[in-house]
Design a protein around this ligand. Sequence first.
Ligand code: GRF
Length: 203
Amino acid sequence: KRVAVLISGRGSNMASLVNAAAEQDYPAEIVCVISDQSDAAGLHFASSQGIPTLVVSRRDFDSKDAHDAAIDAHLKAFKADIVALAGYMRLLTPGFVSQWQGRMINIHPSLLPLFKGLNSHRRAIDAGVRVHGCTVHFVTADMDDGPIIAQAAVPVLSNDTEAALSARVLKQEHRLYPIALRLVAEGKVRMEHGRTVCSGFED
Ligand code: GRF
């Protein structure tokens, strides 16, 4: 399957997908990396791996719809089958999301449905939870809200700092995202009627 990755910054999750896809027998290839930020650090890594990169800035368009339509046109030009959001910090329009329904996934640094949105690690510490983690899910129009594909949990330690906890979670993100993308690319996990459906695990 042909996968496009959307980023806004560091791009470490994108890098984990690129590295996984470089392995033999991985069922997906990363065909392009698109950023809405021209200074996204991840763009350098992608180029260094020979992957086409594009910057599609919001300020170059009159509306959110026009911005997303431009991204959609690039995805179609690259014949992308699947879109993986990896630290893409912009909420996509409902029209764009419906175009890619069941074919667009995202990683979020919390055990959803807890702690949607920003600062999930700070909020996990403040809430006093003892278990935290990350989630890969299908993208729906609402932020961090779609059907869950896979999750990984980490302990929250006493006196944890935001930096220590986020590093612990990020390590799991880099492990989890390639696993989840593999399941989607192989068609073993699909989105149907707003739910995640699994099949083909007997293989
Ligand atoms: C990750 O924690 C991801 O879960 C969240 O934003 C962060 C992006 O980091 N959506 P990176 O750009 O992948 O390094």
